[in-house]
Design a protein around this ligand. Structure first.
Ligand code: TTP
Length: 196
């Protein structure tokens, strides 16, 4: 009888979206929440920001483990070079949606994997352009009243009611929702966990 050793995958995230997306790949994993400071040094590019924060989240969880592969991820919305994270409150959500309406912006998502035993890490990112249709003040307020925007980067959720304000995207849909699945599968394969 041969014994196979299976690596354990750990998702370092409190995001229910990331959990659902990773479940779609059909591989077993456990969830451990990371609690990191999400401020970054000024002057970093959006790609550098999501890669650094993805690594930070994965590292924080990996430091508590002796084995397993830890996955961290981060998503930001970028408009005119300005980074929009999750809204602080409803006024902040209103400010963000007023900026985004009628325009195209770019969503960046990073993915980092760390092997807790060896410390080996890899990080990458992807980005997708999203066009939001013009919105009246009343429509923005009505959307905020649904509460959906409150824990989402840029204050909208393309996978929810926010689908009704997205005119179109160029790039990977899953990058917008919060976990680029194609990119994630490529990284997992490099850590001995191929999906296909
Ligand atoms: C733009 C957009 C973002 N989002 C979400 C994905 C992320 O959960 C969130 C961005 O915040 P993040 O800081 O990337 O993630 P999080 O705080 O929710 O979870 P954790 O750090 O524990 O992994 O915005 C959507 O769900 N739909 C969208 O259309």
């Amino acid at each position: 009888m041969t014994t196979e050793k299976h690596d354990t995958l750990i998702l370092a995230s409190s995001s229910p979206r990331r959990r659902e997306l990773l479940q779609a790949l059909g591989i077993p994993f456990t969830v451990m929440t990371s609690d990191v400071d999400e401020t970054t040094a000024p002057g970093l590019s959006p790609a550098q920001v999501v890669e650094e924060l993805s690594l930070r989240k994965a590292r924080e969880v990996a430091a508590r483990l002796t084995e397993g592969v830890v996955l961290g991820s981060d998503t930001i919305v970028v408009l005119d070079g300005h980074i929009l994270g999750k809204p602080a409150d409803e006024a902040d959500a209103f400010r963000m949606l007023s900026m985004l309406q009628g325009r195209e912006h770019t969503v960046y998502s990073g993915v980092a994997l760390i092997d807790a035993a060896s410390g080996r890490s890899e990080v990458a990112h992807s980005h997708t352009d999203v066009k939001i249709r013009p919105l009246s003040e009343a429509e923005i307020k009505s959307y905020i009243a649904t509460k959906e925007p409150m824990d989402k980067a840029g204050s909208y959720a393309i996978q929810g009611i926010g689908a009704t304000i997205v005119e179109g995207i160029t790039g990977d849909y899953f990058t917008v929702v919060g976990l680029p699945l194609c990119l994630t599968s490529k990284l997992l394969a490099r850590f001995g966990m191929p999906i296909l």
